[in-house]
Design a protein around this ligand. Structure first.
Ligand code: X1X
Length: 333
């Protein structure tokens, strides 16, 4: 996608360096190409959010700018994206699960811990405030990744080969979780048997019986057709997703100041667009998959008891990071 503010065509260099800036001999004006990545196709809320970000930047920026988006996980999964962003190569912006950034910034998964949000209102209040700022600062300091907005809004449930409807069936359930240790700790606390597996290996791992299921939100289950191997959705509703819209710090600092300002504004607006979109579509997508007989949906008996098992684990995690006050501030919102 190209937004031309002059008559010159941008160079679409296929090098692996990020944020390509070229200077035209005739005008001396810098032309910028920014690269994004999405795990999904154009129908997913993340891709739509990133497209909205591109549109807003293109509209507001006075210079010439173009965007190259790598779709369908063509550059790997989010664990790959985080390395690229941290090193300032291959991509400049993406939407990321905090738990996939833990390798560089151990505190960041606090913002997407299972059972952190009471409901959508709580989640909305937290994301409309600046309470998560200390975690953003840590991410920037330790991983050189800048949060410019927040997308997300999908509710995560269990998805498994066989239905899981109560504590007995959950006990020992072999399931995939994201890489951050707090994810495994929380699912262990509720008696499941979690293991961290790369996202792009989950489908095969379930198909071959290495694991019996995983947990995810409707948008991604539908987009990547996970229902083919894990058609039983159990409504544990254990997370409402927080998905930062992020930019490589190295890229960001290399951009002209007026473009930086436009990016910060567009990231925040596109994030809000993405949150509204994904939270609105979440139930619709479950219903579409139900109507198409791609999934079954089961309530989890005694969901309210899960919280008792989880809260001490959340507290210990926050205490270990010196983030008890932050966790309390999030809960108090
Ligand atoms: O579980 C994952 O690793 C992924 O699940 C969904 O596709 C998204 O929430 C994505 O951000 C990632 O977390």
């Amino acid at each position: 996608m190209t937004f031309m503010k002059s008559t010159f065509t941008l160079t679409k260099a296929a090098t692996f360096a990020a944020a390509i800036t070229t200077v035209t001999a005739t005008t001396g004006a810098a032309e910028v190409t920014l690269r994004g990545a999405s795990l999904f196709d154009e129908n997913h809320a993340y891709t739509k959010t990133l497209r909205e970000f591109e549109r807003l930047v293109g509209e507001a920026y006075d210079g010439d700018i173009s965007f190259e988006m790598h779709l369908n996980g063509e550059l790997g999964d989010e664990s790959d994206f985080v390395t690229f962003l941290q090193q300032g190569v291959a991509i400049d912006y993406a939407i990321m699960a905090p738990s996939n950034m833990a390798v560089f910034a151990p505190a960041i998964p606090l913002m997407d811990m299972p059972f952190l949000f009471r409901d959508l209102d709580h989640w909305n209040t937290v994301l409309s405030s600046d309470v998560l700022k200390p975690l953003e600062d840590e991410l920037y300091a330790k991983a050189d990744i800048k949060v410019i907005g927040y997308a997300g809004g999908g509710t995560r449930n269990l998805a498994s080969a066989n239905a899981i409807s109560n504590m007995d069936e959950l006990t020992g359930h072999k399931m995939r979780v994201m890489g951050a240790p707090i994810q495994a700790s929380i699912f262990s606390a509720i008696n499941a048997a979690p293991s961290a597996i790369a996202y792009n290996e989950v489908y095969n791992a379930i198909q071959t019986g290495v694991i019996a299921g995983f947990e995810n939100e409707a948008a991604s289950i539908q987009n990547l057709k996970f229902y083919e191997v894990a058609p039983n959705i159990t409504l544990t509703k254990h997370a409402i997703t927080v998905r930062p819209v992020v930019m490589s710090g190295k890229t960001f600092r290399g951009l002209p100041e007026d473009l930086q300002a436009v990016i910060v504004e567009a990231g925040s607006t596109a994030g809000a667009f993405g949150r509204e979109l994904e939270s609105r579509e979440d139930g619709e997508k479950l219903q579409q998959m139900l109507d198409a007989k791609q999934i079954t949906v089961t309530e989890f008996e005694g969901r309210e008891n899960l919280l008792d098992l989880v809260v001490p684990v959340q507290n210990d995690f926050a205490a270990g990071l010196g983030a008890t006050e932050l966790l309390e501030a999030i809960r108090a919102k």
